[in-house]
Design a protein around this ligand. Structure first.
Ligand code: ADP
Length: 284
């Protein structure tokens, strides 16, 4: 475990207790203050750079927008270049926004003001956006949703995490492929959000690294692959889930599909509201 030093302020200790010899335990305490500081400097640096990049990117996009307007007389040979620049500027904007979101998620361990989140309603919105994203690829969606199952937490963060999983299923599944979304209780009183697709899948060696920042399978090598991604999506998903008492489980077989599951502990599940007529809590 990591703790603040009980005697020296500003010092962090890493404490390990292990079985040692006959009915004894060995306690090792390591001062990890420097490591903490290095981590803090890195996080601050990423947050500051991202923040500083926001304004230049906004200015850049503004001028690009003007240049691509019909009234602006730009020679036709620039059309291609302007289109590329607009797409890349948008990519930069998303990167910076996602890095800022990650920094914010990293700097606080828990959701500041948790509320009851109607997950079924979130899924309805995600489904609508997913169909739009799928567009002409016409993925086949199926939904199985427990509409009485609510969570405690941040609706914005949960939307971001759950939608990321669904949108990935679309990006990495061929046209007219299947995307199944499930939201249900678990046997232990927790809840599970799972998305199963029959897309390209992921080979086993990549699975442990998928939630690292910027980790992408195949990356630029695969021209057929979805290139709009940042590689930050699953890192955000993992942080959001940790803050909501949940874990991300990934099962996948290369060539046949994947299943991403967010498993919430019973602590994360919101109690059902009091019945208005009887004042009795529905525990059925
Ligand atoms: P990206 O922005 O690249 O989608 P993510 O962090 O969301 O970044 O995902 C990391 C990588 O995991 C992706 O680049 C992709 O290779 C792989 N991946 C994520 N979801 C799926 C999926 N449903 N099917 C196949 N591969 C996936």
């Amino acid at each position: 475990i990591e703790i603040d030093s009980p005697t020296l302020s500003g010092r962090h200790l890493n404490v390990l207790s292990a079985p040692y010899g006959d009915k004894q335990r060995l306690l090792v305490a390591r001062d990890v203050t420097q490591l903490h500081r290095a981590h803090q400097i890195r996080s601050d640096f990423v947050a500051n750079v991202s923040h500083e990049l926001r304004t230049p990117i906004t200015v850049f996009r503004g001028y690009l927008e003007t240049l691509t307007m019909k009234q602006t007389k730009v020679p036709a040979e620039w059309d291609n270049a302007l289109e590329h620049m607009t797409a890349q500027a948008e990519r930069m904007r998303i990167l910076v926004e996602e890095l800022l979101l990650l920094s914010r998620l990293e700097s606080e361990d828990s959701v500041p003001h948790p509320v009851t989140v109607n997950v079924a309603a979130l899924i309805t919105d995600i489904h609508a956006q997913a169909r739009e994203l799928s567009g002409e690829a016409e993925h086949l969606f199926s939904l199985e949703v427990d509409s009485d199952l609510h969570l405690k937490g941040s609706p914005e963060e949960l939307f971001s995490a759950l939608s990321n999983i669904v949108f990935n299923a679309i990006h990495y599944t061929q046209a007219r492929g299947i995307v199944q979304i499930r939201w249900s209780r678990t046997d232990t009183g927790g809840a599970e959000f799972s998305v199963t697709d029959n897309g390209r899948g992921i080979s086993t060696e990549h699975l442990p690294r998928l939630t690292e920042r910027f980790y992408r399978v195949d990356g630029s090598r695969d021209r057929q692959s979805y290139n709009g991604g940042t590689g930050l999506g699953l890192a955000i998903v993992k942080h959001v889930l940790t803050r909501h008492d949940a874990k991300l489980l990934i099962e996948s077989t290369a060539g046949s599909g994947s299943c991403f599951t967010a498993r919430f502990s019973p602590n994360a599940v919101a109690k059902p509201p009091l019945d208005r007529d009887t004042g009795v809590r529905d525990v059925g």
